[in-house]
Design a protein around this ligand. Structure first.
Ligand SMILES: *Cc1c(COP(=O)(O)O)cnc(C)c1O
Length: 386
């Protein structure tokens, strides 16, 4: 996506002038940097950004400008992108399964930390990764473990994470080979239950004890929630506080340095989506120019968003009574439908625009060109709320 030089006041300021036919995402650098600051001042440890949530260059650069100094990367492409945009950043290669050529890129680009959840992948690292990287930093390997914990929208443990017993074995081997021994977990995305982190921190202590190893760092993953639904404003401060308190209680004087790697919670509220109403079919079903093959790919999994405002093409807000409607995307696939029904003003008309808040995570990057739609562009805005 190209980035123009223009910075608009807000999405409505843009639509009045441009009346776009294709969907547009707006990035507010101010909102993004403010959220970066919230993590940097609130989280009791080192804050890194999970690049997969939104790898746009403008996102990476603004997070780095806010002071984010580390990045969770999963592929050679993400590694090279961060080295190019933020040359001095710490790279954490936290995809626990890697091809040999991918490990080679990690070594060449001076990755500082690797996570692993199996003995076979650990052996691949042992054979290829020097104890000290090219920047003179001792290389860290973190054992990634999982617990059967509810709380998140979906369970990341279904794919990655060793059991406690296996993680204990992995951690002991990391330490005996001379790498910096650490632990990591990921409670699952959009995790609104702070108790999930608490259970994991207790398990980390048991694993460290079992391996008779003092862990240097504990990476508590991403999974921090964003503001999806008007009625539910999640409290990051409460989660930060709990993580700090429990780590102290559980580890005492042996407390490891904490690391987090949020994706969603850093970027979701830094972008809003402008989508146009293509048709209101027989006054009933609303068809948009964007849908689940576009920027709204994760909605069927994550549930609908309701921070939506409607505007006429001249920018006048639609203020009719909220009416629940079935909303479809533009493709001819029948699953291209937003989950449930969406409350939209009764006076909504063909040609109107919707501004959907909270669209910065897993949107740009999962947009497809299925059926010839998805010509998504990116614009900058001072504010996302008109
Ligand atoms: C996806 C991912 C993240 C980011 O998750 P969010 O829910 O977006 O915060 C962090 N760490 C790892 C290892 C991941 O795979």
């Amino acid at each position: 996506m190209g980035i123009t030089q223009t910075i608009w006041a807000d999405p409505v300021d843009y639509l009045r002038v441009m009346t776009p036919q294709d969907p547009v995402l707006f990035l507010s650098p101010a909102a993004l940097q403010a959220q970066g600051q919230r993590f940097l001042t609130g989280f009791p440890g080192f804050v890194t950004y999970a690049v997969k949530a939104n790898p746009e260059e403008a996102v990476i650069i603004n997070l780095a400008a806010a002071g984010i100094g580390g990045f969770d990367v999963a592929s050679p492409e993400e590694i090279r992108r961060i080295r190019r945009l933020v040359p001095g950043a710490a790279l954490h290669f936290n995809n626990p399964v890697r091809a040999r050529h991918e490990i080679a890129v990690g070594v060449a680009e001076n990755v500082h930390s690797y996570s692993v959840d199996s003995l076979s992948e650990l052996d691949k690292l042992f054979a290829r990764v020097p104890l000290v990287n090219g920047l003179g930093q001792p290389v860290e390997i973190t054992a990634r473990f999982k617990l059967p914990v509810a709380g998140a929208v979906y369970d990341f443990g279904a794919k990655f994470g060793a059991t406690e017993d296996l993680a204990t074995e992995i951690l002991a081997r990391i330490a005996s080979r001379g790498y910096v021994p650490s632990l990591t977990f990921h409670p699952g995305t959009q995790c609104t239950d702070p108790a999930a982190w608490e259970a994991y921190i207790h398990a980390a202590r048991r694993i460290a004890e079992g391996a008779e190893t003092r862990i240097a760092r504990l990476n508590v993953g991403g999974g921090f929630p964003s503001h999806r639904i008007r009625a539910e404003m999640p409290s990051l401060a409460a989660i930060f506080h709990l993580i700090g308190r429990v780590t102290h209680e559980v580890f005492g004087d042996d407390a490891p340095t904490l690391v987090c790697e949020p994706g969603r919670a850093l970027v979701a509220d830094a972008m809003a989506l402008l989508t146009r109403v293509k048709a209101v079919r027989d006054g009933l079903h609303v068809f948009l120019n964007d849908g689940i093959y576009g920027a709204m790919a994760e909605l069927p999994l994550m549930g609908a968003l309701d921070r939506i405002a409607a505007f006429a093409p001249d920018g006048t807000p639609r203020t009719g009574e909220p009416q629940r409607r079935v909303v479809f995307g533009p493709t001819c696939d029948s699953v291209d439908r937003l989950p449930g029904e969406v409350a939209l003003p009764a006076d909504l008309q063909e040609g109107d625009y919707l501004v959907v808040q909270g669209m910065g995570a897993y949107s740009v990057v999962t947009n497809t060109r299925f059926n010839g739609f998805g010509a998504l562009s990116l614009e900058m805005a001072l504010s996302l709320e008109p």
